[in-house]
Design a protein around this ligand. Structure first.
Ligand SMILES: Cc1ncc(COP(=O)(O)O)c(C=O)c1O
Length: 434
């Protein structure tokens, strides 16, 4: 007698994906167990190929700030397609409008260049910093992610034995280039000062996520960002804020506006265009003018730079946030989510605390304050992933990976948050019992 096992629609499509795509997914961090195939995304919800619905807090790693498939953004994209698609020389009016918009909102943005992804923006930022300083070395921080290129693709979520050493994220990286990057602990200004002294005249740039969101939500201690600004000014080092996540999500002017610290260069992407591919490098005019776009000597190119789809989406997204109501809503719900989740942890007696800024909420399952990556080594990763998995099974999509952040969008409602919290309490009570 043969035993019939049910094959889900997701599994069927995923099996086909495995035939044609290594691992079945198009990005290193997209593998899910069990595999899910998405059929629909609207507002705050996702639907998989088997018709199961989820309230989404993953937000595609952050870009979805208005909600999936925002009708106003989609309309602007369709309108843009009535104009030139891609000409590849000269410029278009909407590219100028978007650059002007970024300049008007982001304190450091005296000039702007458009590209399509965060990795491109950070690559160009590093190259420009090396050109303007004539130096080779870069400082990054353990726990920050800045994209896939060799200069910075290292030391994000590292195992304990790799702290203080190189933790390259890929084979095939050119070590000679990558080792020009020094990795320091976040929030430790003394370590930065020491490195700048030790490598006096050698450090081209310091790059950081002003809140390292790739390890959840580690906020800068008072004076860390200001300290970096002062030290970089003294040492002639370029300060780069990678605001690919924090830009637009934490305010139209990015985290730099909130912190009152203006870097030399800024990279933005993700929630700038609510899920469409759009990114930018912005910064000091005298630096940005070094690009060959201005007959300078630093190469900047890309067939799809300033593509009307991404540009129109970015214009629509930013304009929709300009009256402040989106941020008021997502900040209010984010604070509510964090506060209530913390109360649930306390009621269930599970050791942990909920880190939070604006619309980003991350439960850490550990004791004590988190200032730097090593504090996160005590996170109970097994519990963290189990909590997330059980939430996914109940229809609440929290990325089932330890330390990953949750995002609230303008499409989430108070009722959805309450349902989510109710489920979280059920799951955490079950976990607490065993
Ligand atoms: C802070 C930060 N910088 C850069 C990147 C790279 O962006 P992209 O994936 O668009 O290349 C990411 C991606 O997650 C990021 O979180």
């Amino acid at each position: 007698m043969s035993v019939q096992t049910e094959i889900t629609a997701s599994q069927k499509i995923f099996d086909q994906a495995l035939e044609v795509t290594p691992g079945g997914v198009n990005s290193s961090t997209r593998a899910l167990n069990p595999a899910l195939i998405w059929r629909k995304a609207q507002g705050s919800t996702l639907e998989d190929a088997d018709g199961r619905r989820y309230i989404d807090y993953h937000a595609a790693f952050g870009p979805i700030i208005l909600g999936h498939n925002d009708p106003d953004v989609n309309r602007r994209v369709v309108e843009a397609l009535q104009g030139p698609d891609l000409v590849g020389v000269g410029t278009t009016e909407i590219e100028v409008q978007l650059a002007a918009k970024l300049k008007s909102h982001i304190p450091s943005a005296e000039k702007v260049l458009l590209c399509n992804s965060g990795s491109e923006a950070t690559f160009h930022a590093v190259r420009l910093a090396r050109a303007v300083t004539g130096r080779k070395k870069i400082i990054k921080f353990q726990g920050c992610y800045h994209g896939w290129h060799d200069y910075l693709c290292m030391n994000v979520i590292s195992p304990a034995e790799k702290i203080g050493q190189y933790d390259f994220h890929s084979a095939g990286m050119l070590k000679e280039a990558a080792m020009q990057t020094l990795v320091l602990p976040f929030n430790r200004i003394d370590a930065v000062e020491d490195a700048l002294q030790q490598h006096r005249g050698e450090i081209a740039a310091i790059i950081l996520e002003p809140i390292p969101h790739n390890i959840g939500c580690v906020t800068p201690v008072p004076n860390f960002l200001q300290g970096l600004r002062e030290l970089t000014a003294i040492h002639g080092t370029v300060l780069i804020f990678d605001e690919v996540i924090t830009g637009f999500r934490h305010g139209l002017g990015g985290y730099q506006k909130h912190a009152g610290v203006t870097p030399d260069l800024t990279t933005v992407a993700k929630s700038m265009a609510n899920g469409y591919p759009s990114a930018a490098l912005c910064g000091r005019a005298d630096f940005m003018d070094r690009f060959q776009t201005n007959r300078g000597d630093v190469f900047f190119a890309g067939t799809y730079n300033g593509h009307p789809v991404g540009v129109a989406a970015a214009l629509a997204t930013i304009e929709k946030m300009e009256d402040g109501r989106v941020h008021e809503h997502i900040f209010r719900l984010g604070a509510y989510f964090a506060r209530e989740l913390q109360a649930i942890l306390e009621r269930t007696g599970i050791c942990g605390h909920v880190a939070h800024f604006g619309s980003v909420v991350v439960p850490y399952f550990l004791e004590g304050a988190v200032e730097t990556y090593t504090d996160l080594l005590s996170n109970n990763a097994a519990l963290d992933v189990r909590f997330r998995r059980e939430m996914v099974e109940r229809g609440f999509f929290l990325l089932p990976m330890a330390l990953k952040r949750n995002h609230v969008s303008a499409a989430h409602t108070q009722e959805e948050l309450d349902l989510t919290l109710e489920a979280a309490e059920t799951v955490l009570k079950r976990i607490a019992r065993v």
